[in-house]
Ligand binder design. Structure first.
Ligand SMILES: *[C@@H]1O[C@H](CO)[C@@H](O)[C@H](O)[C@H]1NC(C)=O
Ligand SMILES: *[C@@H]1O[C@H](CO)[C@@H](O)[C@H](O)[C@H]1NC(C)=O
Length: 378
């Protein structure tokens, strides 16, 4: 039934005139939901009970699993009964088992360190997952876990090159975009949930965004893109700064949350400008594509990036819908389904072809695009 619908939908998309009547009878939303749910079955084949994480490229991956959990929770929150059922089991299991795994494997002792490691961006991905778990369950344990993580992130603020800034790692080897845009996002999301510390978290998020925009050297104001990093010897931005989809995704999600926290629309306006920049420059044939990588050899991190952007675009779409985002999400999701799929696995290049090996990281990231198309079509 699901397969028949999606085949028919593909026929409809290809524009065969004779199919138009039946096409109208098919709701786009129900097809995207079915495709997302089929893909969720595949995703769970990579979930490991003993680590509470998803295997990607052969073993349990820490920050990728935080993102995959976020994909699952979003899907449940947007109304998938199947995702809800899976999330009900996975949220507490991953919280307990992945947290213990981290404490054991990284020599941590305190329970507040269950999702703390040497990389501030890794920590922030888990903070976002636990904030969303709190939204989905109303269980304050998860919100507390996110606050514990933020307390550690706040200790990573302030570098020797500037008046502010969030380090990428604890040994202070890099100062780059992702840890900074994530810091804004986590702070702003907490501001909207922790009533008695709203001012504290809002202040952090505003301070981090003001610094990022005006002083960091990692925001291109004319292009409205987060880009590059800082050379720690010269304290100047790297030449020819590269931009990517996930740093800008985290920035958009942060700006949306900041507009909610402050009631000021300027943050939403800027989020739209960033979204406009990504959806027009990081594309191929109108479909989202990660820049600055070889598509057939994307490495082990980049395949996770694009889904982060698609989730943020959905955040923006929920708060301030635009027809062009819906069209963009649908076009990207349709291309994934038609050109970038093999034996149920979704790959890293949304224009296709499918690149081996099938695994949870690119698969979950592509699911974010399908979930985005589903949510926008509802
Ligand atoms: C809240 O979540 C924690 C962590 O998963 C769990 O131990 C606890 O039982 C949950 N509380 C309720 C009321 O479900
Ligand atoms: C800043 O700190 C980093 C890491 O500790 C160090 O490598 C770098 O040389 C310092 N830069 C300056 C300009 O002091």
């Amino acid at each position: 039934m699901q397969l028949t619908q999606s085949v028919l939908f593909a026929v409809c998309l290809a524009g065969f005139t004779g199919a138009s009547k039946r096409c109208r009878a098919i709701s786009a939303a129900s097809v995207y939901q079915a495709n997302a749910e089929t893909s969720l079955d595949k995703l769970m084949t990579w979930y490991r009970e003993d680590t509470g994480m998803w295997d990607t490229y052969g073993f349990a991956r820490w920050w990728q699993s935080a993102n995959i959990l976020t994909t699952l929770i979003d899907m449940a929150q947007y109304g998938s009964p199947k995702a809800q059922e899976v999330a009900d089991d996975v949220i507490p299991h991953t919280f307990a088992v992945a947290g213990s795994w981290n404490l054991e494997n990284r020599g941590k002792r305190e329970p507040e360190e269950a999702f703390v490691n040497e990389y501030y961006d890794d920590e922030a991905w888990w903070a976002i997952a636990w904030i969303k778990a709190f939204d989905a369950t109303d269980n304050a344990t998860y919100l507390r876990a996110a606050e514990d993580i933020f307390a550690d992130l706040a200790r990573g603020w302030g570098t020797n090159c500037s008046t502010g800034g969030e380090w990428w790692d604890k040994p202070h080897t890099q100062l780059n975009t992702i840890s900074n845009t994530l810091f804004i996002e986590v702070g702003a999301r907490l501001a909207n949930r922790v009533q008695d510390r709203k001012v504290y978290y809002t202040d952090w998020a505003v301070r981090a965004w003001d610094w990022f925009r005006e002083e960091s050297g990692m925001y291109l104001p004319d292009q409205h893109l987060a880009a590059g990093g800082i050379d720690l010897q010269s304290c100047r931005p790297h030449e020819d700064p590269h931009s990517n989809t996930y740093s800008n995704g985290a920035l958009i999600a942060g700006l949306v949350a900041l507009s909610v926290a402050t009631g000021q629309t300027e943050y939403l306006d800027e989020a739209h400008r960033v979204a406009g920049a990504v959806t027009t420059t990081m594309v191929k044939d109108g479909v989202l594509q990660e820049p600055h990588i070889i598509q057939s050899h994307p490495g082990e991190s980049a395949p996770q990036f694009k889904g982060v952007f698609m989730r943020a675009l959905t955040d923006l779409q929920v708060h301030s819908p635009r027809q062009e985002y819906k069209a963009f999400a649908q076009k990207t999701a349709d291309s994934i389904w038609m050109n970038d799929r093999k034996d149920g696995a979704l790959g890293p290049d949304y224009n296709g072809p499918f690149y081996e090996p099938p695994n949870a990281s690119p698969h979950s990231s592509a699911m974010d695009a399908i979930v985005a198309a589903w949510r926008a079509s509802q």
